[in-house]
Design a protein around this ligand. Structure first.
Ligand SMILES: [Zn+2]
Length: 314
């Protein structure tokens, strides 16, 4: 894939000044190193090709060099491609922080033919990330209505969050089945749209909330195994329980997670200790900025109770 893109750029008169392949993690060191090297070539823009780690690194490097970023997605594992945010981890994949960038990528290209050929597990992870969008967007809207500290989100953003959710629930299972069988169906395109467009545009115009705050807490612990979207999916159901949403609504989302292959137990996420859970809940409630997008002050004890309720539902 790398060689193909490089040749394509060069044959279209775009000089590739620096090429870095195999970004393992989006770390502060990698961003600083690539920005220092890249700056010397005086580029017009930075292109990020790949999954979440590659595109988040590229966006942050472009921001440091003060040039635009262009994103070319190759898999459907996250909704990161269009966002003005880079999530930074340590080398051993512990969450550090989310960098807020001054601008979004100027161009995002998602070739659904390419994305549909990536392993199905990537699509499952992307759906897990996008699952949070409707619930976090709604929490965000309630928080703004109550706190009046920032503008209320547009109805368009909330409609996109709804559209994302509808696509996931209606077409997610068939899309995963089709990708596994090498079929590029309408449902596959629907899910790529849900993850890469609707989810991204919705959360960029609302905000993350408890699901991502708890993800960030768990991902710092070093005791939780799983990809971003897998942890976010688990935390989304925890947020729903925390919000005291109707049992049928919670159960429908949980059943959907089981069917598409997203984790619904802590054991499936490496079985973190009680101490790790407590620390994650405290981080989510007291330190992570995303929890400020919940309508009420988040209490760690209530988050732990929501986790307990989810676990006892099995
Ligand atoms: Zn996410």
């Amino acid at each position: 894939m790398g060689d193909k893109i490089r040749k394509s750029l060069e044959s279209n008169g775009i000089d590739v000044l620096l090429w870095e392949s195999g970004v393992k993690e989006c770390t502060m060191d990698a961003i600083a190193r690539l920005a220092d090297t890249g700056r010397k070539s005086n580029p017009h823009f930075v292109i990020g090709v790949g999954g979440g780690k590659a595109v988040d690194t590229a966006k942050a490097v472009a921001c440091r060099i003060k040039v635009p970023s262009v994103i070319l997605g190759t898999q459907c594992a996250t909704n990161a491609d269009t966002s003005a945010e880079s999530v930074v981890y340590t080398e051993d994949h512990r969450f550090v922080k989310a960098l807020t960038l001054p601008r979004n990528p100027v161009l995002v290209i998602e070739d659904t033919e390419v994305l549909s050929k990536a392993p199905a597990k990537f699509m499952v992870w992307g759906m897990g990330d996008a699952l949070s969008t409707k619930f976090e967007s709604e929490a965000y809207a309630k928080a703004r209505a109550k706190k009046k500290d920032r503008p209320a989100p547009t109805t368009a953003a909330l409609a996109l969050a709804d559209s994302c959710h509808k696509n996931l629930m209606e077409h997610g299972l068939k899309a995963v089945h089709d990708v596994k069988n090498g079929a590029h169906s309408r449902e596959v395109d629907d899910i790529i749209e849900a993850v890469k467009l609707s989810s991204a545009m919705a959360f960029e115009n609302t905000g993350c909330a408890l699901a991502h705050a708890l993800h960030n807490g768990l991902a710092r612990s070093g005791e939780v195994k799983g990809q971003h979207g897998e942890i976010v999916a688990y935390c989304t159901v925890v947020q729903m329980i925390y919000e005291k949403r109707h049992a049928d609504e919670v159960s429908a989302v949980r059943t959907w997670c089981e069917k598409v292959g997203l984790p619904t137990t802590l054991d499936a996420l490496g079985g973190p200790s009680k101490m790790a859970l407590r620390k994650a809940a405290e981080y989510a409630a007291d330190k992570d900025p995303d929890s400020r997008n919940m309508p009420e002050k988040v209490k760690a004890q209530d988050v732990l109770m929501a986790i307990e309720t989810y676990e006892s539902a099995h």
